[in-house]
Design a protein around this ligand. Structure first.
Ligand code: NAD
Ligand code: UD1
Length: 333
C-alpha cells in the first residue's frame, strides 16, 4: 500500500517509516522539520537500504498535500505531525491549535479532494485527563488539562464527526501511553531539542554524561515507591500497532479510538534502575517537589487493541532501555 506519513521524520514517524518499508509498503514522508532534521532521512536510508521519498513542507499547505498525494498515489495516511510539548502549549496555545487542529483540517480537506479517506491518528492517553479509575480503558471519560491535550481531543471528535458524515471515511485514533526505546539498528531514536521534558530521554542524557543528574518529580505519591507510575511502551511495539491499525482500516469503516499501552506500570525509580543496568552507568538523581499537573499513576487496559487489531506489546522494559542506550550512546549523544 502507498502510505503518506505526516511527521515521518520525527521520533515515532521515523520508526513507523522503517517498519512500513520493511513490510513492503511504499512510504512517502511529509515533514516541515520543525522538530526534526534531515539527517533522519539519511539514517532511514541506511536502515531501509534505499531512500524514502521525502517532501519538506507543512501539512497546512493543502496544495502541497494534494500534489504529494497525487504524485505518489497515496491510499492511506498515518498522521504523526503535530506539536507535543505540554508546557509550551500553555505558553503558545495558538501555535498548538494551528499546527494540530488546523493542520488536521487542511490535511483532511486535501485527502478528500484526492479521494484518500483512511487515516491513523496519533492520539494520546492525555485525552483521559485525571484518571478516575485504573487501568484506563477506552470507555473512561475524556477531558483535557492543557491546550496540547485539548487539541488531541478536538481532533478525535472532529474525526468522529467526519466519519459520521460519510461511510467512505475510516479513522483509527491510537491513544499512545509513554513511547520509549529505539530502533534495533541504533540509527533511529528520540532526539529532543533542548532540555527533555520526558523521563526517558532525560535519564539517557544523564547516563551518557550530557546532564549531571535527574530531578525526580516527587516521591510522596500513593505508589509502591512513592514516585510516579507510567505505562512505558517500546516504540517498535507502538509502530507495530500502527501496521495492525492500517490492516484493520481495510475491512472496517467508521471511527475507533484504541489504547496502545502494555497494561503494566513502572515507577520513575524502576526506570532509573533498568536504565542503569542497560547502560552500566550510574544515573544520579535527587528528589524534588511534584511537577504541576502530574498524576500518581497512569496505565492502559490494552484489551481492545487485542480484540480489534489482534495487537499486543511484546517487548520488555529491558528491551526499551537497551535500545534507548544503543541509540543514545551512538547517534543520539
Ligand atoms: P516528534 O516531534 O518527534 O515528531 C513530529 C514531527 O512532526 C516532527 O518531525 C515535526 O517536524 C513534524 N511537524 C510538526 N508540525 C508539523 C506541520 N505543521 N507540518 C509538517 N510537519 C510537522 O513527535 P513524536 O514523539 O514522534 O510524536 C508524533 C505524534 O505522536 C505527535 O502527534 C504527538 O502528539 C503524538 N504523541 C506522542 C507521544 C510521545 O510521547 N512521543 C505521546 C502521545 C502522542
Ligand atoms: C507526559 C505529558 C503527557 C504525554 C506523555 C507521553 C506532561 C505534563 N505530560 O506525561 O501529556 O501524553 O508525556 O508523551 O508533560 N519525571 C521525572 N523527572 C523528569 C521527567 C519526568 O521525575 O525529569 C517523572 C514524571 O513526574 C512522571 C514520569 O517521570 O512521573 C513520566 O514523565 P513523562 O515522561 O514526562 O511522561 P508523563 O508524565 O506520562
Amino acid at each position: 500500500m502507498n502510505v503518506l506519513l505526516t511527521g515521518g521524520a520525527g521520533f515515532i514517524g521515523s520508526h513507523a517509516a522503517a517498519m512500513l518499508a520493511e513490510a513492503g509498503h511504499y512510504v512517502v514522508i511529509v515533514d516541515n522539520l520543525s522538530n526534526s532534521d534531515a539527517s533522519v532521512l539519511r539514517r532511514l536510508e541506511r536502515v531501509c537500504g534505499h531512500p524514502l521519498p521525502f517532501v519538506e513542507g507543512d501539512i497546512r499547505d493543502s496544495a502541497l498535500m494534494r500534489s504529494t498525494m497525487k504524485q505518489h498515489g497515496v491510499q492511506s495516511v498515518m498522521h504523526f505531525a503535530g506539536l507535543k510539548a505540554v508546557g509550551e502549549s500553555n505558553e503558545k496555545p495558538l501555535d498548538y491549535y494551528s499546527n494540530n487542529v488546523q493542520g488536521t483540517i487542511s490535511l483532511l480537506q486535501a485527502m478528500d479532494q484526492c479521494d484518500v479517506r483512511q487515516l491513523v491518528f496519533s492520539s494520546s492517553a492525555t485525552v483521559y485527563g485525571q484518571p478516575q479509575y485504573l487501568p484506563l480503558d477506552e470507555a473512561h471519560p475524556t477531558s483535557a488539562t492543557n491546550p496540547y491535550g485539548r487539541t488531541k481531543l478536538h481532533i478525535e471528535e472532529m474525526l468522529r464527526d467526519v466519519a459520521a458524515s460519510s461511510a467512505q471515511w475510516r479513522f483509527v485514533c491510537l491513544r499512545y501511553f509513554n513511547p520509549v526505546g529505539a530502533h534495533s539498528s541504533g540509527l533511529l531514536g528520540e532526539a529532543p531539542r533542548g532540555t527533555p521534558n520526558n523521563l526517558m530521554p532525560y535519564v539517557a542524557q544523564v547516563a551518557v554524561g550530557t546532564r549531571a543528574h535527574l530531578n525526580v518529580w516527587g516521591d510522596d505519591y500513593d505508589t509502591p515507591d512513592g514516585t510516579g507510575v507510567r505505562d512505558y511502551i517500546h516504540v517498535m511495539d507502538l509502530v507495530e500497532g500502527h501496521l495492525a491499525a492500517l490492516n484493520f482500516l481495510q475491512d472496517n469503516a467508521g471511527w475507533s479510538a484504541i489504547n496502545l499501552g502494555t497494561g503494566t506500570g513502572y515507577s520513575v525509580l524502576d526506570m532509573v534502575k533498568a536504565f542503569e543496568q542497560a547502560s552500566q552507568r550510574a544515573v544520579p538523581y535527587s528528589i524534588k517537589p511534584r511537577r504541576q499537573g502530574d498524576v500518581a499513576s497512569c496505565y492502559a487496559n490494552p484489551q481492545l487493541a487485542l480484540n480489534k487489531l489482534g495487537w499486543r506489546a511484546t517487548r520488555s522494559l529491558q528491551d526499551m532501555c537497551d535500545s534507548a542506550w544503543a541509540w543514545q550512546s551512538n547517534v543520539g549523544k
